[in-house]
Write a protein that binds this ligand. Structure first.
Ligand SMILES: [Zn+2]
Length: 153
């Protein structure tokens, strides 16, 4: 479904450089620079997650193929294949979370396009940059995240 347009370059990693900025430098970035960096982070995460999802999905698919009953067992005593089924479940679950993460990333990118990126969805206050850098698709500020409900006072 998702096509990855991102080219991976092995030279200096701008994402790495950004993640290594100290908090003060981070705070002092202009909004444009900050958003550009965050977009880069989001796009990087997106390609990471789509690779992961594709890989896990492929792994899960291959388990199905391996599991194809070439030899059909008529006795049902064996739990054989159980491990594979569990592994497959696990892979599919992980692929599912990767896909969910991609949706979060896309949501954040859309918010960026609408100019509302980085605002807490609950209290509408700006989420601190350091938090956004650590979790670029954060929807809530730490207080709302931990408090569960927005506090008005
Ligand atoms: Zn909040």
């Amino acid at each position: 479904m998702a096509k990855t347009t991102q080219e991976q370059s092995d030279s200096i990693d701008p994402v790495e450089a950004y993640l290594n900025l100290d908090d003060e430098t981070l705070e002092n970035l202009s909004d444009d620079d900050f958003l550009a960096q965050q977009r880069l982070l989001l796009e990087t995460e997106r390609s990471h997650y789509s690779e992961q999802a594709a890989q896990l999905q492929a792994e899960a698919d291959s388990m199905v193929q391996n599991n194809e009953p070439a030899e059909v067992q008529f006795d049902e005593e064996s739990g054989e294949g159980g491990t594979t089924a569990i592994d497959r479940e696990r892979d599919l679950a992980l692929a599912g979370s990767a896909l969910a993460a991609i949706e979060e990333v896309d949501l954040a990118l859309r918010k960026m396009d609408r100019g509302v990126y980085g605002l807490c969805e609950s209290c509408k206050q700006p989420i601190p940059r350091a938090r956004l850098r650590a979790l670029p698709f954060a929807r809530l500020c730490v207080r709302c995240k931990e408090g569960g409900l927005p506090r008005n006072r």
